[in-house]
Write a protein that binds this ligand. Structure first.
Ligand code: 4AD
Ligand code: MG
Length: 477
């Protein structure tokens, strides 16, 4: 169907010319003013009907939610609130909408309510802004790596190794749950299953990406990952997207340098290309803040916060330094943490991460060299034999946004670590072989895409930055 996008119509000099537009009605006032949106911009276009131009029966069909095709002249607006408006010459109702049943009414809806209507929430200004930014972020991510000559690879979604250790997994099976056969050890006999063995949805593409980095040099994945953790928080999804670069001949420092350059570069890109949507979400956050108690308000608005992050270097501290800062903090001494910091070796909770970022350093923080005991088997053991070359990037409001490490490239050290953690070598025979044939120091990291979208859009709940969220007890749509 013929038509110019509203974003283009408003950005070009299209004044005093006739145009077709297509979109959905947001409001219809006084049998005259249609506010219409087509998904191309957070701005609605006001279309004005001349009294005698459109017949009565058609006017009745212009309801909130209906889709229209309009032909008219773009003129400077006579009214307040918008610069331009479209004077309607012809109008077609493409799809009607029953205003009594259409859930997205022209009033403020709660985000919780809109989650129940995830198939229609994209018609709201907030969700369309978030999703346009999400799309632009994907593109910026590919562009960053492609410019650096990294190869984009697709690692398997169904995995045959259950030793990745990044979280609980979802089983993939075609066995009939009502008639499961047991083997002689009284366990389910997966030899009869589709793949002849137990398989799961992947929690990360890292191990396979390592194999490809040790041949292509520098690679990245950008795909869906699945975790069956029962974490009902504002930062966890059961299905989320992860970007995982993996680089041969990179040590931990080079890995941290790349991660920081990567994040700053894509944020800069979004500041440049998504200014309208950022402006809309910035205003939204300022308005939300007005209803919150003073101490819960954001100290910087969204755009200030993004600019702050791109203009300042991330602070790098070892786990041990971070541990000491937390232990000596007055918050810990006054027993104000839920989990008190006492003994070296504990894993930081999100309250500790947020203290470091929001209260102590007041900027993004990279914590590196974590205790080996709390990190995965593949992370490279440091000379102190107590810590591994791991790094987590912590962000204000979000906590951990990136997790990565230098990988253990020494065959004997890897085998020893696997033994300690009771990971069977036969599960990962191919991963071990990578250390037998031309092993090299290599590193990589994983960026949680939805956490990044949360940070950029200022949305508090991760369920509001992915089209159809999957969380415990919730797989509607
Ligand atoms: O720290 P994680 O578990 O690291 C890995 O999976 C490594 N294999 C990555 C690598 O080195 N290639 O996860 C990486 C990131 C986290 O920092 C977080 O941003 C995000 O993935 N993440 C989640 N995002 C949404 N929902 C969840 N349940 C998430 N779990 C992790
Ligand atoms: Mg992690």
């Amino acid at each position: 169907m013929n038509g110019i996008k509203i974003a283009k119509l408003l950005s070009n000099k299209n004044l005093n010319k006739s145009h077709f537009i297509n979109g959905w009605v947001k409001t219809f006032r006084g049998n005259r003013f249609i506010s219409i949106n087509d998904g191309s911009t957070s701005q609605n276009l006001q279309c004005v009907i001349e009294y005698d131009k459109i017949d009565e029966s058609l006017l009745k069909k212009i309801n909130t939610g209906a889709s229209l095709n309009i032909y008219g002249d773009l003129i400077e607006s006579q009214g307040r609130g918008q610069k331009f408006e479209l004077r309607v010459k012809e109008l077609k109702v493409i799809g009607e909408s029953n205003p009594d049943e259409y859930p997205i009414q022209p009033k403020k809806h709660s985000l919780e309510f809109l989650r129940e209507k995830a198939h229609l929430r994209i018609r709201t200004s907030t969700f369309s802004s978030v999703m346009r930014i999400r799309s632009a972020l994907s593109f910026a991510i590919h562009e960053f790596f492609q410019k650096k000559n990294f190869y984009y690879i697709n690692t398997p979604i169904i995995t045959g190794s259950d030793a990745e250790g990044a979280g609980e997994m979802f089983r993939v099976s075609t066995l009939d749950p009502n008639s499961l056969k047991l083997n002689n050890k009284n366990q389910i006999d997966f030899s009869e299953d589709f793949f002849g063995k137990e398989t799961n949805l992947t929690v990360s593409g890292q191990l396979e990406a390592e194999a490809y980095a040790l041949g292509l040099g520098e690679v990245y994945t950008f795909g869906p990952t699945f975790r069956a953790e029962n974490s009902n928080t504002s930062r966890h999804l059961a299905e989320f997207w992860m970007i995982e670069p993996e680089m041969a001949f990179y040590d931990l420092n080079k890995n941290m340098d790349l991660a920081e350059e990567f994040i700053i570069s894509i944020l800069n890109k979004i500041l440049k290309t998504c200014s309208d949507d950022l402006f809309y979400l910035n205003e939204r956050q300022i308005n939300e803040d007005k209803n919150k108690p003073l101490q819960e308000r954001n100290s910087m608005n969204l755009i200030e916060k993004l600019n702050f992050v791109v203009k300042n270097k991330f602070k790098r501290v070892s786990y041990t330094e971070a541990f000491n800062i937390l232990k000596r903090s007055s918050k810990n001494k006054k027993k104000k943490f839920k989990y008190l910091i006492e003994n070296w070796g504990i894993d930081f909770q999100s309250e500790h991460e947020r203290f470091l970022v929001e209260k102590h350093f007041k900027c993004p923080v990279i914590v590196f060299d974590y205790p080996a005991k709390i990190k995965a088997f593949y992370m490279r053991l440091n000379d102190d034999k107590k810590t591994v070359g791991a790094m987590d990037i912590l962000f204000p409001g979000i906590g951990e946004i990136v997790g990565g490490s230098q990988r253990e490239e020494r065959l004997d050290v890897l085998q020893k670590r696997m033994k300690e953690l009771e990971i069977e070598e036969k599960e990962l025979w191919w991963y071990i072989e990578l250390r037998k044939f031309g092993s090299v120091p290599h590193s990589g990291f994983g960026l949680g895409f939805e956490r990044l979208v949360q940070f950029v859009t200022g949305m508090n709940n991760i369920r509001d930055v992915i089209p159809f969220p999957r969380t415990p007890q919730n797989a509607n749509f």
